[in-house]
Design a protein around this ligand. Structure first.
Ligand SMILES: Cc1cc2nc3c(=O)[nH]c(=O)nc-3n(C[C@H](O)[C@H](O)[C@H](O)COP(=O)(O)O)c2cc1C
Length: 211
């Protein structure tokens, strides 16, 4: 059975444009792949991920036997987030742009899933990501127009971070110009919806249908 993990990162919860685009993709995906197990993790609005501080990071680097109860709780929370990722075949990320970057709660989520020896390891040849074999779809919502320009550091940051953890098969769908004018919003959303239909049509992959 396919498991799809939907990560929403809008401060507007399911009303965010990025969450709505992710929802649309998941709806089409579910139709085409009946029986898919859907897990939703809202990192910004419903259950905001706390920012990483010295105490929380300290829990990560303390050995299991030495951890106090508070540290056990911190690691258990991080383990839960990581287990969701490990179990997922497909990951759908709703990605708002806030002040040129990712929502701070999504950064906090990233800080809780990047754990040496758990989701990546250091080798003689450099770091190796341990969350391989996953397909990731990112639905990026922006007020302005950045995709393909040097100002779009958000896309490269997210792509690099996912690759660092072993997730290198990543597709971005952009809904841009949402704050420029009603016309530009309409055009930006229409383009994203067309991209969603195109991408969702690729699933299940042909080789799986034939098998
Ligand atoms: C606090 C805040 C900061 C924003 N900063 C940017 C920005 O730097 N660049 C941009 O293009 N749009 C910016 N926007 C517009 C959002 O990208 C746009 O509203 C988008 O729909 C957000 O995704 P969401 O609806 O899923 O939350 C910002 C919006 C908010 C609320």
């Amino acid at each position: 059975m396919t498991t799809l993990l939907q990560i929403n990162a809008s401060i507007k919860n399911s009303q965010g444009q990025s969450s709505q685009l992710a929802d649309q993709f998941v709806a089409v995906f579910r139709e085409r792949n009946p029986g898919t197990r859907i897990v939703v993790r809202d990192v910004a609005a419903a259950e905001p991920v706390p920012h990483l501080d010295a105490e929380r990071f300290g829990a990560f680097i303390t050995g299991p036997e030495e951890r106090n109860p508070a540290q056990h709780a911190v690691v258990a929370y991080s383990d839960t987030l990581i287990d969701e990722l490990k179990q997922a075949d497909v990951i759908v990320l709703g990605l708002p742009m806030y002040n040129f970057g990712v929502p701070s709660q999504l950064k906090a989520y990233f800080d809780h899933i990047a754990r040496a020896g758990v989701t990546f390891k250091y080798t003689d040849k450099g770091p190796v990501g341990l969350l391989s074999g996953k397909k990731v779809f990112v639905f990026a919502a922006r007020g302005g127009l950045y995709a393909g320009s040097p100002l779009d550091t958000q896309s490269s940051y997210v792509r690099d971070f996912l690759r660092f953890l072993g997730m290198s098969d990543v597709e971005f769908v952009y809904a841009e110009g949402l704050a420029i004018s009603p016309q530009s919003k309409e055009a930006g959303l229409a383009k994203a919806v067309a991209d969603i239909a195109r991408l969702a049509a690729q699933y299940p992959p042909a080789e799986r249908v034939a098998a």
